[in-house]
Design a protein around this ligand. Sequence first.
Ligand code: COI
Length: 356
Amino acid sequence: MLDIRYEKTTTPKEIPGPEDPLVFGTIFTDHMFVMDYEEGQGWHDPRIIPYAPLSLWPSAMVLHYSQTVFEGLKAYKAEDGRVLLFRPDENIKRAADSCERLCIPTIPEEDFMQALHAVISVDRDWIPTRPGTSLYVRPFVIATDPFLGVRPSHTYQFLIILSPVGAYYPEGLDPVKIWIEDEYVRAVRGGLGQAKAGANYAASIKAQVKAHDEGYSQVLWLDGVERKYIEEVGSMNIFFKIAGKVVTPVLNGSILPGITRKSCIELCRSWGYEVEERKISVEELMAAAVDGSLEEVWGTGTAAVVSPVGHLRHQDQVVAIGEGGIGALSQRLYDAITGIQLGRVEGPKGWVVEVK
Ligand code: COI
């Protein structure tokens, strides 16, 4: 059990009101959780302190070699005032896998959970309640050794920051346009793709800029070896409904094992859909779009929740999916997941955890 030290802010910020736009990732609450690691001492000095800039050496290893991992989850305020987290145990397990891949010491699961509860509880008044909003929770670990050689750091900091957010995409639930990238790649098997490592996102920026310049909001990545099989979007995993079946790329070592992905698979199966986790080539996908068997496409992610895709472009081929709005299954998944997250609908056992 962590003995958390509390240092509350003496200059609280104004909490955004119900009418204020909550542009994703732009507003931060009054406090953050911080804990240090030193070889020989382990994780120590857990504290909740005012949200403020960090003090790091310019030589801090994270700034040079990207030895860092992060997580993303959301806290919701139910109509009865309860504060709810969605499957936080899954984030904690994935963080441990990510840490392991980047040679970062893991945070004991119960300490991680306690830290989440403690910091969210302190800033619970910041949880927005307008439909489509939530408090985005961003735990992350950084390597802090002031050292320019390449090796695992001996010191780290674990932080949790909180941000009241609206929809991740400005489009909200309107379908997004997605660019299938075949020049750049995000990850390869054996690399970092299945870890939630900042480096994966750095690798994605170039193609994202290219896609934006062409009027597309996201990039759909192909596998890094053959550039043939669909992987993920970077900010989301991807799903297709083809001739009545739900198809999503199988986790192959270079795809992030999304928690919303896992939840969608479990929900679809419980509703009687056949769900195939398998390799799907871009040719198969575009052919299904052309012959009309591609009924729906949606992305899933913590930030994006369930996000319908309206257009796909691969090289010079552009296809429109559905009638231009959200598909019936995508809408059903969105309603079920947000309903469970908000405590309106009873989900499978253990999916929702209350923050006291
Ligand atoms: C999330 O969905 O929580 C992520 O970490 C994706 C990020 C691009 C916002």
